[in-house]
Design a protein around this ligand. Structure first.
Ligand SMILES: *Cc1c(COP(=O)(O)O)cnc(C)c1O
Length: 219
């Protein structure tokens, strides 16, 4: 079932789009079923669940934290996390850098932007991100690597609105690329699109889709 769903989702993705299989709330057996079908990149939205799965499951899995991250929890994932998708403040990025120093590694991060109409979603505004990227503090944070941007669209059946929100995120990416990352080949990711809206995200330039229920079933 999971492997069939996985194959179906993969068949709809262009080559340049990577698949983050979102395994939150699903047991280790479900992750292993996808793993045995070849999937190696998994996403979780909670630090504790991510850490437990990391410890129990094969070590060649790339674990992405896709959910909101509290500053005081960065230390638990800093030794192993492959990418942190939802960096939404300078304070959080500073702490990730500090934990990167402690663990002697450079931690891959995406800047989360608020693109949805809903009030509850976390993220930078474009101006806030620019202010951080211009700061002298940011330039000293050598143990983080900014790989791109991430965002979540409004939960609505209005496809034109969802597409417009993803296009806004892609536009933020292009502007930041031109202004701060022109010679940085690592700044290339647009993490956007979930089970319900990923075809629209791909239309708008997504390079990473975060898909849970379409692979593992309803939560
Ligand atoms: C749960 C989650 C997803 C995946 O959602 P599905 O609807 O199950 O595909 C993607 N991104 C984030 C940030 C999530 O928390």
């Amino acid at each position: 079932m999971i492997s069939a769903n996985l194959a179906l989702v993969k068949s709809t993705l262009p080559n340049q789009v990577s698949l983050i299989a979102v395994s939150k709330t699903f047991p280790n057996d479900a992750v292993l079923e996808a793993y045995n079908a070849g999937q190696r990149i998994f996403g979780e939205n909670r630090v504790q669940e991510l850490t437990e799965k990391y410890e129990a499951l094969p070590k060649d899995i790339e674990w992405h934290l896709i959910g909101h991250l509290q500053t005081n929890k960065v230390k638990y994932i800093a030794p192993f996390v492959a990418m942190i998708h939802a960096v939404d403040s300078a304070k959080l990025l500073e702490e990730i850098n500090k934990q990167g120093v402690k663990n002697n590694r450079r931690i891959n991060c995406l800047l989360q932007f608020h693109i949805a109409r809903e009030e509850t979603k976390f993220g930078f505004s474009f101006e806030e991100a620019v202010a951080m990227l211009e700061s002298t503090a940011f330039r000293s944070w050598d143990n983080v690597r900014i790989c791109g941007v991430m965002g979540m669209a409004t939960h609505t059946s209005d496809e034109a609105q969802v597409l417009a929100e993803f296009e806004t995120l892609n536009n933020y990416f292009e502007q930041l690329k031109a202004r701060f990352f022109t010679n940085d080949a690592e700044f290339k990711e647009r993490s956007m699109g979930m089970s319900s809206d990923y075809p629209l995200a791909i239309k708008a330039g997504s390079t990473m889709v975060r898909i849970g229920s379409a692979i593992f079933g309803t939560r």
